[in-house]
Design a protein around this ligand. Sequence first.
Ligand SMILES: C[S@@+](CC[C@H](N)C(=O)[O-])C[C@H]1O[C@@H](n2cnc3c(N)ncnc32)[C@H](O)[C@@H]1O
Length: 615
Amino acid sequence: MVLNPVISKLAGKLVVLASASPRRLEILRSAGLRFEVVPSWFKETLDKGLFKAPHEYAVETAKQKALEVARRMPFKHLKTPDIVIGADTIVSVDGMILEKPVDKHDAYRMLSSLSGKEHSVFTGVAIVLCHEKENEEVDYQLVDFYEETKVKFADLSEDMLWEYINSGEPMDKAGGYGIQALGGMLVEYVHGDFLNVVGFPLNHFCKQLDLIYNFCTSSLKSTSTLPSRSDNLPTSVPTQLPSSSQGLPSHNSSVKREESESSQTLVNSTSKHTDNRKVKLHDNATLPSITRRGQVTEPTRGDLERICELMDGFKASKALFTASKLCLFDLLHSRPGLDAAQVAQEIKASEKGTECLLEACPALLFINADLATDFLRSDAPFSLHGYLQHCNETMWPLFSHLESAVQEGTSQREKKTSSSSREGKLRFMKAMHSIAKITGKTIATAFDLSTYKSACDLGGCTGALAYEFAEAHPGLSVTVFDLPAVVELNEFFHPQHPDNRVSFVAGDFLKDELPKADLYILARILHDLPDEKVHILLSKIADACTAGCGLLLSEIFLDEDRRGPSRGLLQALSMSEGKQRSATEYSLLLKSHGFITAHIRHTDNLLDAMLCIKA
Ligand SMILES: C[S@@+](CC[C@H](N)C(=O)[O-])C[C@H]1O[C@@H](n2cnc3c(N)ncnc32)[C@H](O)[C@@H]1O
């Protein structure tokens, strides 16, 4: 196997990873693979009892994840990937099923069952190759395989077990350990591919790519009718490519799911991180390369489609904003079946313009789909209407100055129309509210917060996040602290049955005394502030905290190599004073104010989160 030629075969192809696991991302990116991340919506509910061996279960889950994305993308993303990669990691021990620990005692039960014993880690991998046919049908070919690694835990003393449990690391991980972090200290030996235990068997994957692209593409299993979700039982697994996986032993032990896919733990970052960061930030070699290294070749249809999609992206955005502003989604939802002329009459627009909008706006292709119903209607529980209006009224003019902002390095915000009016404030609040409603529950439930009794959401805006925290944590009272002009408008956003554990206090978090709390929340605040204000705010929080107090940060965490996610990178273009950071950068920043990072959670729900503890 020669690695680079295999990876380079994928250059110019739309490769998609159907997983949000940051570790898988890291492993594949380090190998030089360029890909998009589209987390699978496949619900991992396969009946484990139906599988003869644990690896079959992992492979089937990986396959369903990859197929779900391959099936969804042409419709929801309006593009057909060339390759979709799915993966699923499971652990099998002594026929026991270990789930995610529900509390410290459960973690103790699991870890003590692993103590002094060998267990197997299996990763099932599925590679779906998609070929668009002339009649626009898609032909799918599937390759799957698995890798097994044996891991032996040392005999764990009670002290060691409890110290590890008290570090908090086991709590969000099935089986209760992460080999790439503190959990590595529990491991006596690893037989096999270490990266497989981390989450992705890179070596085996490259061998399979080599097989696919250099030897036996024609012998791949091919089907233009994708298996449906109900086809996911082992009996329906299609014949696989002859692969090296067939020589691997299978075990009849029970399985447990590795549920910590989207979480990682960073413990007490050391100066090593600081050094890495300096190198990273100043070393041009780490910047993404956009220069072609090989020979110029004919562009493929896929290449041109992707470039056109980018060129036309602004038209699609504006069409979506316009449709949203004209409340088209509300109308089409409440009165389905109207023709263009009737729609035009209802929205008081020209017939020709309405017809064009209905035909052209790619988003409108979804008018009958759940997507429009769930997110685009103005009265939907998770409506993005407020955010779309903010994009239209504020972000759109702001981005029209991008060229001069890049040339001059000046703030674009100075050039946008003022949003200091009441109307502008309400619009901004609606935008914040809509995102907070969508992401709030994920953030509120990202960590075990049962030890905290009072929280203060600094810059908590409409209180949308605070209500999610109150709902998720029955013992928690939450104070929303925001500027007076914002607090006085919060009545527009009260839920139907407001929880009286949520209260609002007006003030300036850079100047005024902060409300007392044992947990402070900073959601979407730091990225927008210049460094000096970040330090003022963090110093004030640190002063208000006693040892053990928590600081929960929620932001988009950039990938450590700053190559994604694109939402974070694009948002940075509109930020005049602040900056986007990776999880490690946030962690180091908070550490400089005495906060030790206990948990980091990368979510696939718009914002990520980090829980830090005051030392
Ligand atoms: C980007 S919004 C984030 C809102 C909310 N945390 C969320 O994630 O939905 C920033 C919030 O910080 C508030 N804010 C900005 N500067 C502030 C200050 N000096 N004191 C208090 N709040 C402030 C703004 O009014 C706004 O509500």
